[in-house]
Design a protein around this ligand. Structure first.
Ligand SMILES: Cc1cc2nc3c(=O)[nH]c(=O)nc-3n(C[C@H](O)[C@H](O)[C@H](O)COP(=O)(O)OP(=O)(O)OC[C@H]3O[C@@H](n4cnc5c(N)ncnc54)[C@H](O)[C@@H]3O)c2cc1C
Length: 631
C-alpha cells in the first residue's frame, strides 16, 4: 500500500506532552502570515501542534496520537500539488475570518451567502474543483481525493455552504457527461466567472419516481422545441448560470436533458420552498424555447446521465455528515469536559464516557469508509464497477451514522446544543437532511440488496486498490456507460480482509457474518420475501454492515488507526448487527429457520476495559481544546 509523505488524511499527529491539568486553549485564534499573499490568516499555524492535553481527574497522558478527524487549525493533509492545498487553506481561512458569530447570525437571518460566493469567484475555487481537465486552467480537474476534503470542510462550517456547491456539482454532471462541447466550454467559462449551477430533476408530485417526470419538450420545427413543466426542490435555481433540466420528448416519451437559463423571460422562479440560507426553488418553464444547442443528451444517454450524476453526487453527502459531526464533536467534548456537576466533570460520568467513545468510534469509521470508497471511485473502470455498491453504502450508512453521532453527543451536552451561538445547533438540524436527500435510505438499501448474491458468492481477483491520492482527473466518472448490469458486478473476497485482523470483536463480527451468510443459503428468502421491501430493508441493514466493516478494515492500517480503536469500532458494529438481527427476527414474514439464524447473530461484544480506557484517554478526551472556531 502506498504511503503519503508529510502528513495524514487531515490532521497529522498531535504531540501530547506531560503538563498540568489547567486546561487552556491558547492555540485557538492564533494568527500567522498566509503562505502566498502575506495577509494575516485566521488559522493557527503549526505552533498549534505543540500543546498540552489534560487527562481526566487531573491526570495527564503523554504520547503521539494519530489524528484522523479534520482539524482546520492543524491542517496538514498531503496534496500532490500546491494549488489543492492552497484552496483548502483559503477556504478554511475564509470561514475562520468570518467567525462563528457571523456564521450563526447569517444562518438565523437566512441570508443568501453572497460573501461566500464572492470568495469562491475571487479565488476560482469551484472553477478549479469542478472543471474536468482540459476545459479549465492548469490545476483544474475532477479529483475525488480533494473533492472529499473540500466537501468535508464546507459542511464543517455549515451545510448551507456545502449545499450551494453540491447542487452545482449535480448541475454540472449532465453537462460534463453529455456530448455538447459548446455547453461544456460555456460552463467552464461560467465557472471561471464565479457561476453556480443547478440540477432540475425532481418534480413536486413525483419524488423519487423519476420515471413519472412530466416536464416536456414539444417540437416546434427543425431542431427547435418549446419546454413546459415545473420543477420542485431545485437548489440554486434562482441564480444558476445554467440549470440542467430533465424532461421527456413529446410523442416519443424519450428522456432528455437540456440547459435552461434562469434569466430568460419564460423561466419563472416561483418560490423558495424552504426557509434557510439556501434557495431551493420551485421553477416553471412557460413555453421556454429550447434548441438542439441547449440539449445535453437524449434517450438512454439522458437517463444514464441522471443516474450517473447522482452516483457521483450522492457520495458527497457522506462527507457532509463527517464534516458536521467533526465540528460538533469538538464543541461537545469541550463543553462536557469543562462543566462540573455534583463536584465532578461531566466527562467523569461513565455513561457520558460511553457515549463519547461510541460517537468517536463511529465517526472514525465513517471517515475510513468514505475515504476507502473514494479509492474505489477513482479506481473504477468498465471492468471494475465495485464503487456502485460502496457509494450507496457511504450515502445511506455514513449519513445515518452521522445521525447516531449527533444523537449521542446531544444527549451529553443537552441544553447547550440549543444555544444560538453553538455550531451544534445547526448540526442537530442539518444532520437529518443527509440520509434523506439524493435518494432516501430506503431507495439506497433497495439498490444495495441487489448486490448481496455477488458480494457473497461471485468473487473475482482484482489488482489491489491503493490509496488514490494522485493529482489526476477522474475520467471514468463522466463516462460510466449504462447504469444497468449491477447484478453482474463481481467483488473481491471479503474473507482475507477480515482474516488480516486478530482482534476479539473482529472475530465476533466474522461469526455474525457467517450466520448471516448461512441464513442466505440455508434459509434463503423466498420469492414473496424478496418482493417485500419491509423485509428487505432489515436484511439490507445487516448486509450494509458487512460491507461497511470491510471498508473500515481495508483503511485502518493505511491510516495508522491503532488496533485498540479498530476493536472499539467493532464493538459498535457487533452491537449494530445484533440490533438489526433483532429487527429481522421480528418481521412478520421471517420464518422459524431464519429466526434461528437471527438469534445466532445477536452477540455481546468482547469487553476489554483497558482497551476502552485507552481509547477514551488517547483519542477521545485528548480532543478537549483541540479546536474552537474563531468568534
Ligand atoms: C432541501 C432539499 C434540496 C433538494 N435539492 C434538490 C435538487 O437540487 N435537485 C433535485 O432534483 N432534487 C432536489 N431535492 C429533492 C430530493 O432529491 C427528493 O427529496 C428525493 O428525490 C426524494 O423525494 P421525496 O423526498 O419527495 O420522497 P418520496 O419520493 O415522496 O418518497 C416517499 C417515501 O417512499 C420511499 N420510496 C420512494 N421510492 C422508493 C423505492 N424505489 N424503494 C424504496 N422506497 C422508496 C422513500 O424512502 C420515502 O420514505 C431536494 C430536496 C430537499 C428537501
Amino acid at each position: 500500500m502506498k504511503r503519503m509523505s508529510g502528513g495524514d488524511c487531515s490532521g497529522g499527529f498531535i504531540p501530547v506532552s506531560r503538563k498540568s491539568a489547567a486546561g487552556t486553549r491558547d492555540h485557538c485564534g492564533l494568527a500567522r502570515r498566509h503562505p502566498r499573499n502575506g495577509h494575516r490568516s485566521a488559522v493557527a499555524g503549526p505552533t498549534a501542534l505543540s500543546r498540552t492535553l489534560d487527562g481526566p481527574h487531573g491526570r495527564c497522558y503523554t504520547g503521539r496520537v494519530r489524528m484522523i478527524l479534520l482539524n482546520p487549525k492543524q491542517h496538514r493533509r498531503a496534496y500532490r500539488d500546491e494549488r489543492s492545498r492552497e484552496l483548502m487553506l483559503r477556504t478554511i481561512d475564509f470561514f475562520e475570518r468570518k467567525g462563528k458569530r457571523r456564521l450563526k447570525a447569517d444562518d438565523r437571518a437566512r441570508i443568501w451567502y453572497a460573501d461566500f460566493l464572492e470568495f469562491v469567484k475571487q479565488e476560482g475555487i469551484f472553477a478549479t474543483i469542478c472543471t474536468p481537465a482540459g476545459y479549465g486552467a492548469p490545476g483544474s480537474r475532477w479529483d475525488t481525493w480533494r473533492i472529499c476534503e473540500f466537501a468535508e470542510i464546507l459542511a464543517f462550517y455549515g451545510l448551507q455552504y456545502w449545499y450551494t456547491w453540491q447542487v452545482s456539482v449535480l448541475g454540472l454532471g449532465p453537462i460534463w457527461m453529455g456530448r455538447n462541447e459548446a455547453v461544456k466550454r460555456r460552463a467552464a467559462q461560467q465557472l471561471r466567472d464565479g457561476g453556480i449551477f443547478a440540477f432540475g430533476l425532481s418534480e413536486k408530485e413525483h419524488g423519487a419516481d423519476v420515471y413519472a417526470t412530466e416536464t416536456t419538450l414539444f417540437p416546434t420545427g427543425e431542431g427547435t422545441y418549446t419546454a413546459r413543466g415545473r420543477k420542485y426542490y431545485i437548489g440554486n435555481a434562482n441564480k444558476a448560470a445554467m440549470v440542467s433540466t430533465f424532461g421527456k420528448l413529446a410523442g416519443t416519451g424519450e428522456y432528455v436533458f437540456f440547459v435552461a437559463d434562469p434569466t430568460h423571460e419564460k423561466y419563472e422562479c416561483v418560490q423558495n420552498v424552504v426557509t434557510s440560507q439556501n434557495f431551493v426553488a420551485e421553477f416553471a418553464l412557460h413555453d421556454y424555447p429550447v434548441t438542439e444547442a441547449d440539449i445535453l443528451a437524449k434517450g438512454d444517454e439522458a437517463w444514464n446521465a441522471a443516474l450517473n450524476t447522482v452516483n457521483i453526487g450522492k457520495f458527497n453527502l457522506g462527507w457532509a455528515s463527517i464534516g458536521i459531526c467533526s465540528h460538533a464533536f469538538y464543541e461537545a467534548i469541550d463543553h462536557a469536559a469543562s462543566r462540573r456537576l455534583y463536584g465532578r466533570y461531566v466527562t467523569d460520568f461513565p455513561h457520558v464516557k460511553r457515549m463519547f467513545v461510541d460517537a468517536y468510534a463511529r465517526l472514525v469509521a465513517m471517515k475510513l469508509v468514505a475515504l476507502r470508497a473514494a479509492d474505489y471511485m477513482r479506481a473504477a473502470s468498465p471492468d471494475d464497477r465495485r464503487f456502485l455498491l460502496y457509494n450507496p453504502v457511504v450515502k445511506m450508512k455514513v449519513t445515518t451514522q452521522g445521525e447516531a453521532v449527533i444523537d449521542g453527543l446531544w444527549d451529553v451536552i443537552a441544553a447547550k446544543g440549543f444555544e444560538k451561538d453553538m455550531y451544534f445547533e445547526m448540526a442537530t438540524r442539518d444532520i437529518r437532511a443527509l440520509p434523506k436527500l439524493e435518494g432516501t435510505v430506503h431507495v439506497n438499501i433497495a439498490l444495495i440488496v441487489k448486490f448481496i448474491p455477488s458480494y457473497f458468492f461471485n468473487h473475482a481477483a482484482y489488482p489491489p486498490v491503493a490509496r488514490r491520492d494522485e493529482a489526476a482527473n477522474d475520467d471514468f466518472l463522466f463516462d460510466q456507460g449504462p447504469a444497468r448490469g449491477l447484478g453482474k458486478i463481481a467483488f473481491h473476497d471479503y474473507g482475507p480482509v477480515f482474516a488480516g485482523y486478530d482482534l476479539p470483536n473482529v472475530a465476533l463480527f466474522v461469526e455474525q457474518i457467517s450466520a448471516f451468510r448461512e441464513l442466505m443459503t440455508a434459509a434463503t428468502p423466498d420469492e414473496a420475501q424478496r418482493r417485500d421491501l419491509d423485509f428487505l430493508m432489515a436484511l439490507g441493514e445487516i448486509f450494509v454492515l458487512v460491507v461497511y466493516a470491510q471498508l473500515v478494515l481495508e483503511n485502518a492500517r493505511p491510516y495508522a488507526v491503532d488496533d485498540g480503536l479498530v476493536d472499539q469500532i467493532f464493538d459498535c458494529l457487533v452491537r449494530d448487527v445484533s440490533h438489526f438481527a433483532l429487527e429481522l427476527y421480528g418481521k412478520p414474514s421471517t420464518t422459524p429457520a431464519q429466526m434461528d439464524h437471527c438469534l445466532r447473530m445477536i452477540r455481546k461484544p468482547v469487553v476489554d476495559q483497558a482497551r476502552y480506557e485507552r481509547v477514551w484517554h488517547d483519542h477521545v478526551y485528548a480532543l478537549k481544546g483541540a479546536y474552537r472556531m474563531n468568534d
